[in-house]
Design a protein around this ligand. Structure first.
Ligand SMILES: NC(=O)c1ccc[n+]([C@@H]2O[C@H](COP(=O)([O-])OP(=O)(O)OC[C@H]3O[C@@H](n4cnc5c(N)ncnc54)[C@H](O)[C@@H]3O)[C@@H](O)[C@H]2O)c1
Length: 372
């Protein structure tokens, strides 16, 4: 199989879809790996490193997209890349279809096979390819939030951990999954007062057992959220309905209840965001202000720490990439339900319920496609 790894073109996206160890493994398996020149630079990996591992380094994106049978990347294809997608091409990457209508329509029209990292799902419902990036985004949410709480960044002028004699900041986290837990770890480590809201009581019990005493749990209801946003110096959005749009838990009216200069980091922006006023931003221009509240809504947060993120991501994606290359996507999906859950779009049809629901389109069960 020919596997193509193009350079990412999203703003400040420093990650890359493969590391030299992955190239080596695929080449040992009898596959050819084409890597676009410069693809690894943002992660500190040179073209020579790839070539030494057995990759063919190719200068332009069009050749990679044109020659590869599987495209392995990080972020969803962007508009300049749509034209290079062809029928039957397997694309293994993050898609977040529920947040991007034009992308969904383009991939349907091109009849590509889109296997989304974020919906690869284990039997216990965990999301092994979302987890490493959620760990990073959760930790970063606190770093970024702390920075934008500084006065020169238009924040309230509050130090997250406070100092002796001065109260610390109050950090409210909506969703106690991977992002929320990692955010709570870092915020509590810095000395902030932290509250996590979740609708899953078992998760709250677990968090209450493992977290330090400055982390508090609260069952999530609209009423509880309304009360908690009043407290928040930093509000972190970290909820998820797998594959679907994030529920809007913070309507615009709640912003006037918040302290002026408070910061919202809506990590869930990649699924549309859980705050009504959220709109995607970039690393070049990460924030905007609505009703006196600073919003940070970067959809590719881990891209800023490319070196850490690339290794964390590819540690998790590589076994699946090896299986897809070795078996072809159809056999891999038949034999591995985790991969089957990742198949979102095939041959102009939507094969993931939550994506179909997000755009009010017809849902075709994957088994029907595989049986045909
Ligand atoms: N912006 C970025 O760069 C970036 C990076 C990584 C992950 N993400 C996104 O962050 C979001 C969270 O990811 P995750 O891995 O932590 O998901 P997760 O599934 O581990 O956690 C989500 C949590 O939200 C909870 N939840 C659902 N509805 C809720 C409600 N009404 N109130 C409170 N909690 C509720 C769930 O019970 C669950 O515990 C996802 O949208 C993911 O795509 C964004």
């Amino acid at each position: 199989m020919r596997i193509g790894v193009p350079r990412e073109i999203m703003d400040h996206e420093n990650r890359v879809g493969i590391v030299p160890a992955g190239v080596d493994l695929l080449v040992r398996g009898g596959h050819a790996v084409l890597v676009q020149a410069g693809a690894g630079l943002g992660s500190g990996i040179s073209d020579e490193d790839y070539a030494k591992a057995g990759a063919k380094v190719v200068s332009d994106a069009a050749s990679i997209w044109g020659e590869a049978e599987i495209i392995l990347k990080v972020k969803e294809p962007l508009a300049p890349e749509y034209g290079m997608v062809r029928a039957g091409l397997v694309i293994f990457t993050y898609f977040h279809f529920a947040a991007y209508k034009a992308l969904t329509e383009a991939m349907l029209e091109k009849k590509a096979v889109c296997i989304a990292y974020e919906t690869i799902e284990r039997a216990d419902r965990s999301l092994p390819l979302l987890t490493p990036m959620s760990e990073i985004a959760g930790r970063m949410a606190v770093q970024e939030g702390a920075k934008y709480l500084e006065k020169p960044m238009m924040g309230r002028g509050i130090l997250l951990g406070g100092v002796p004699g001065v109260a610390p900041a109050q950090v409210v986290i909506l969703g106690g999954g991977i992002v929320g837990t990692n955010a709570a770890k870092v915020a509590s480590g810095l000395g902030a007062w932290v509250q996590i809201l979740d609708t899953n009581l078992d998760r709250l019990r677990y968090l209450s057992d493992i977290m330090p005493p400055n982390v508090h749990t609260l069952y999530s209801t609209p009423y509880a959220i309304q009360e908690s946003v009043r407290l928040a110096d930093l509000l972190i959005g970290a909820v998820l309905r797998s594959g679907g749009k994030a529920p809007k838990l913070v309507p615009r009216g709640y912003l006037s209840l918040m302290k002026p200069g408070a910061v919202i980091v809506d990590v869930a922006v990649d699924q549309g965001g859980c705050v009504e006023t959220t709109k995607p931003t970039t690393h070049s221009n990460p924030t905007f202000i609505v009703d006196g509240i600073v919003h940070y809504c970067v959809a590719n947060m881990p891209g800023a720490v490319g070196r850490t993120s690339t290794y964390a991501l590819t540690n998790a994606t590589l076994p699946y990439a090896v299986e897809l290359a070795g078996k072809g996507w159809k056999r891999a999906a038949r034999e591995n339900r985790e991969i089957a859950r990742g198949v979102n779009v095939v041959d102009g049809r939507i094969t993931h319920e939550a994506v179909a629901e997000a755009w009010n389109r017809e849902y075709t069960p994957l088994d029907r496609v595989l049986a045909a």
